[in-house]
Ligand binder design. Structure first.
Ligand SMILES: CC(C)(COP(=O)(O)OP(=O)(O)OC[C@H]1O[C@@H](n2cnc3c(N)ncnc32)[C@H](O)[C@@H]1OP(=O)(O)O)[C@@H](O)C(=O)NCCC(=O)NCCS
Length: 164
């Protein structure tokens, strides 16, 4: 059987990429674990959401040691732009923890953060990870709660997702 030729998107974002539907049909937003993250772009994204800077060599190492590194890209055939990010650490079998979930302020409120989390959980589910945890910033707890994460009852910042 002949396999179909790779599309542009596949070349740029890898086979496992996922398109994010948005209200703006002119905008193509793509989730990918395969496209390499430019650390300067990641730093700009973190600046944009107001996080304090971390030394780049440490961030590089953290990404290398992560179980999953997800970029959300505004598609451009020549220069895709990183507009969202999340990563997970873990053993890849039983436990994982989600870190550094961010969507650039210009792209927030369009359902992308939720789609980013669905993508992350779908990938962890494929690995058959049984339990996923995260530590939510105080103003974001409800974002995770609304997506079915179980909030730790005492301080409600620690949230869990269990594989069904
Ligand atoms: C939190 C964040 C990732 C959400 O991304 P987003 O693309 O704006 O989220 P979505 O548009 O997918 O929102 C999905 C739903 O969550 C709600 N939501 C978004 N941010 C929220 C927040 N901070 N608190 C409560 N609910 C929130 C939305 O209103 C929406 O609700 P709806 O389904 O009723 O319409 C984004 O605001 C962000 O990057 N914030 C700065 C960095 C940060 O705090 N990251 C989290 C660290 S724990």
């Amino acid at each position: 059987m002949l396999s179909s030729p790779p599309t542009d998107l596949q070349e740029l974002y890898g086979r496992g990429h996922r398109l994010c539907p948005t209200a703006n049909a002119a905008l193509q937003l793509v989730l990918s674990t395969e496209r390499e993250i430019d650390l300067y772009e990641l730093e700009q994204l973190c600046d944009a959401v107001g996080w304090s800077r971390r030394p780049m060599r440490r961030v590089r190492k953290a990404l290398q040691h992560s179980l999953l590194v997800v970029g959300l890209w505004r598609h451009d055939a020549r220069l895709p732009k990183l507009v969202g990010f999340a990563r997970c650490t873990g053993d890849g079998v039983i436990e994982a923890t989600v870190w550094d979930v961010a969507v650039h302020p210009l792209y927030q409120g369009a359902g992308l953060g939720r789609q980013l989390m669905v993508y992350v959980l779908d990938l962890l589910r494929e690995m058959q990870v049984e339990r996923v945890s995260l530590f939510a910033d105080p103003g974001v707890v409800a974002f995770y709660g609304a997506q079915g994460w179980q909030l730790e009852p005492r301080n409600r910042r620690c949230a869990f997702w269990y594989s069904p």
